[in-house]
Design a protein around this ligand. Structure first.
Ligand SMILES: [Zn+2]
Ligand SMILES: [Zn+2]
Length: 348
């Protein structure tokens, strides 16, 4: 059976568009998102690349033009309004141009495009701390698409804590720490993410972090079996080099130990997250498992909390990250199947 995830566009790594070489690459000077190993390969790819190249180039130029206009009308805009962009009307055309640039870069399905889109989104958040436009919802999954699971976790955790902050937080005070969580424990209890107001898109992004780590630790377990009795953490990591989806294990090699314990923790957390996701929006998990490609590629629709259109938007933001995580959707199917079996057994 073919699943939608099998036909969804694959992210193109940093390689020559023509011969797939990964050495001696130069970036395309127009879009800065494609690579070629030499001039003749750049010329050979020109015809096919022209439209995308021009679209991205134009989006980059518009950002520069809007920045110039803003600086002309308000020379100190980037100091005076730092942190409060978008709430100040004059800054909106510039922010809109940046939004358009990231959206255009994401549609290239090229790794460099995703890197640049994420960097651009993070710059928008620096300028507009309260994130009136929901950029954090799109940026979260992009971290995973570039293998930065730890950064993604830190990012989601910061927003979860702030949305729970009863004392309030002055979004306009740029002397306050912002997005300053670093190297939080990705296996810690998930309570901080769970509350009545938890939004479904960050929850689905967190779910993917956990599923990716689950798959990685399962791989560690298998490699350990094969290598016994020579299975040191360093040796296991060497075998898994290039196969890992994210950077959590590489950052914390001490996790390559007691796999069974970590797997139990992760399975329980994935179960709780599935419940939380279902409470926030009952449509999204069924749609993630069997999405409608036309809906997925269609324009985002206005939505209300818990609605089918919110689920669709959530899927549009996160689906590529799920597809690019080899085995993740199947891994989720397996977890759900086991949970249903357990439930049936307990009912008998
Ligand atoms: Zn080449
Ligand atoms: Zn180009």
């Amino acid at each position: 059976m073919t699943h939608v995830e099998d036909i969804f566009p694959k992210l193109i790594p940093k390689q020559c568009e023509i011969c797939k070489s990964t050495t001696n690459l130069s970036r395309c000077g127009g879009c800065l998102a494609y690579f070629y190993c030499n001039r003749s390969h750049q010329l050979a790819g020109r015809q096919e690349h022209k439209d995308t190249c021009n679209t991205v180039k134009k989006a980059r130029q518009t950002v520069q033009e809007e920045e110039q206009k803003l600086r002309q009308s308000q020379p100190n805009a980037f100091d005076t309004w730092l942190g409060s962009f978008w709430t100040v009307r004059e800054t909106r055309p510039y922010m809109q141009a940046k939004m358009m640039l990231s959206e255009t870069l994401i549609r290239t399905y090229h790794r460099q495009g995703i890197d640049d889109a994420l960097a651009n989104f993070l710059d928008m958040l620096r300028l507009s701390r309260s994130d009136n436009r929901g950029i954090r919802l799109i940026a979260g999954p992009l971290f995973l698409r570039v293998g930065q699971d730890q950064e993604c976790y830190d990012f989601l955790k910061w927003w979860a804590i702030k949305s729970n902050d009863q004392n309030g937080y002055d979004w306009h005070d740029t002397s306050l720490p912002y997005l300053d969580i670093k190297d939080a424990d990705v296996l810690e209890p998930i309570d901080v993410f769970l509350n009545d107001y938890a939004m479904v898109i960050p929850l689905v992004t967190l779910l993917l972090i956990k599923v990716r780590l689950l798959l990685e630790i399962q791989a560690v377990e298998k490699v350990r079996e094969i290598l016994q009795p020579h299975a040191t953490p360093e040796r296991i990591m060497k075998e898994l080099d290039g196969l890992l989806l994210g950077n959590c294990l590489r950052r914390r090699v001490e996790l390559v130990d007691n796999e069974e314990e970590h797997l139990n923790v992760l399975s329980a957390q994935i179960g709780s997250l599935l419940t939380a996701v279902g409470d926030a929006n009952p449509h999204i998990i069924p749609m993630l498992l069997e999405p409608d490609l036309d809906e997925l590629m269609g324009p985002p629709l206005p939505y209300t909390r818990g609605s089918k259109s919110e689920a669709l938007l959530g899927l549009q933001y996160t689906y590529s990250a799920w597809c690019e995580s080899a085995g993740a959707i199947q891994g989720l199917r397996n977890v759900i199947r086991t949970a249903i079996q357990d439930l049936r057994q307990s009912e008998q």
